[in-house]
Design a protein around this ligand. Structure first.
Ligand code: PLP
Length: 462
């Protein structure tokens, strides 16, 4: 299929690179190496593979960017989008206007989500979903006559996106370096079992983190706090799995203090942990709001959604009085083509048992990745199911990191790519977040590549 696509459209890689470097401002890009390294033009894709402009084929180990959950080249999603685009590509959803895919998708999401989440507010991706959520949460408390409840609790190393509000929720220091943030957010400690204080058991660590939350609420005053937001498993911040019971205890504390609990399931949603939503199925929480994007449409079209509880919706939908409207939303809220893609994507996830595949192959991926522990730089291998990371260190006992200049994550990723596998470097980490259609056989192939890549990295660091 990829060969066929190449015959249809071949690219002049050199010409494109010139245009790219002159005109395309790439997101999240290190300009100290960008100009000298050029860029990899990914031109074709099929199933678990992508191909570059030079005809090199790679196993996609990052699902594009944690999003192509059903895999690449799904003609039926393309067809659903084309049919919708031809029939009615776009019309407003403001006021009483609607479109069939947006309505069908809202009903489908309500069916799949935890029972109390029955209302959907659409956005254009994960950042805008989180941004819109904070506006809605503030509006909710304003409507309840509690306008002082404004502050949002987030966590160090959380990633919630890149609009101004979402970047302010984000707790990754390097992401906001020399950028400004809004003074609306208080960051609590991340839940990092690997780097928890020396001598603390996991249970004691959980107490330690929830004590910090309670102390923070005491210090700021519950009357000033609107919501707590967290990824069920912290993704870009290092694939950090919180200690057992952490999320449900946090939720109980929030509930006792009239603080809303927001789950950012932009990565964990739509099968990555083996369920459409991980909050209830894996972490035994009932969030007031769940935000999704990425796997919602498997990246075939931009789309985000905020799933809102019945209790919240009752307040949000209470008429303001003559002329008053819920004045928030996007031109592309409920975009028909994106919603058509999402509906087909969900149909595929259900029809092919993709969550079941993750529940079956996920533990195998975890156990096989753990065989890499003997490599000199590998300090920690963590995550769950199709959301995994490897943390590189200089010293396994002290967990001391290698110097930044060693660019160890980049080295491992480059060695893997030379051998036909794309994984993601994030500082000293390597993230593996594949399409959810990997089989055990693919896992074996990937782990063999990684074995060689880590060995080559160790040699290159000597
Ligand atoms: N939330 C989480 C947990 C994410 O990982 C991301 C992106 O990686 C976002 C939000 C932002 O999503 P987007 O890039 O679609 O705006």
């Amino acid at each position: 299929m990829m060969a066929q696509q190449q015959a249809q459209a071949s690219y002049d890689a050199q010409d494109l690179w010139q245009k790219d470097r002159n005109h395309f401002v790439h997101p999240f890009t290190d300009f100290s190496v960008f100009h000298e390294n050029g860029c990899d033009l990914i031109t074709d894709s099929d199933g678990i593979y992508v191909e570059d402009a030079h005809g090199n084929r790679f196993i996609d180990g990052i699902a594009g960017l944690w999003c192509v959950n059903v895999g690449h080249g799904r003609a039926e999603i393309g067809q659903a989008m084309a049919e919708q685009a031809t029939r009615m590509a776009y019309f407003s959803t403001f006021n009483n206007l609607s479109n069939a895919p947006a309505t069908e998708l809202a009903a489908k999401l309500a069916e799949l989500a935890p029972a109390h989440l029955n209302h959907v507010f659409y956005s254009c991706g994960g950042s805008t979903a989180n941004d819109a959520t904070i506006r809605l949460v503030h509006y909710y408390f304003n409507r309840l006559g509690k306008p002082s409840k404004k502050r949002i609790l987030s966590r160090t190393n959380a990633y919630h996106g890149t609009t101004y509000m979402a970047a302010s929720l984000t707790g990754i220091a390097s992401n906001n370096w020399q950028f400004d943030t809004l003074d609306l957010v208080t960051h609590l400690s991340e839940a990092n079992c690997y780097r928890r204080p020396e001598g603390m058991s996991e249970a004691e660590y959980c107490d330690h983190l929830t004590d910090e939350l309670e102390q923070t609420i005491d210090r700021l005053g519950a009357d000033n706090i609107a919501a707590f937001i967290a990824e069920p498993i912290m993704g870009a911040g290092g694939v950090l799995v919180a200690p057992q019971g952490y999320h449900s205890r946090v939720q109980a504390i929030c509930r006792a203090n009239d603080i809303l609990f927001i789950a950012d399931e932009v990565v964990t949603g739509f099968g990555r942990l083996g369920h459409f939503f991980a909050s209830e199925a894996v972490f035994e929480t009932q969030p007031d709001i769940i935000n999704v994007a990425k796997g919602l449409s498997s990246g075939y079209a931009p789309l985000g959604a905020t799933l809102i509880s019945d209790a919240l919706y009752e307040v949000l939908s209470t008429p303001q009085g003559p002329g008053g409207v819920l004045s928030t939303g996007f031109t592309y809220s409920g975009h028909p083509v994106s919603c058509a893609a999402a509906l087909k994507n969900i149909e595929i996830i259900e029809r092919e048992g993709i969550c079941e595949n993750v529940l079956d192959v996920g533990p195998y991926l975890e156990s096989q990745l753990k065989t890499l522990a003997s490599h000199e730089t590998v300090g920690d291998i963590r995550g769950s199911h199709f959301m995994m990371a490897i943390e590189n260190v200089a010293d396994k006992t002290t967990k001391e990191l290698l110097p930044v200049e060693a660019r160890v994550g980049d080295r491992v990723a480059a060695e893997a790519q030379k051998r036909g596998l794309i994984i993601r470097p994030v500082g000293h980490l390597n993230i593996i977040s594949p399409p959810l259609i990997w089989t055990r056989q693919v896992v074996d192939e990937v782990v063999a590549i990684l074995d060689d890549a880590f060995a080559a990295t160790t040699r290159s660091l000597k």
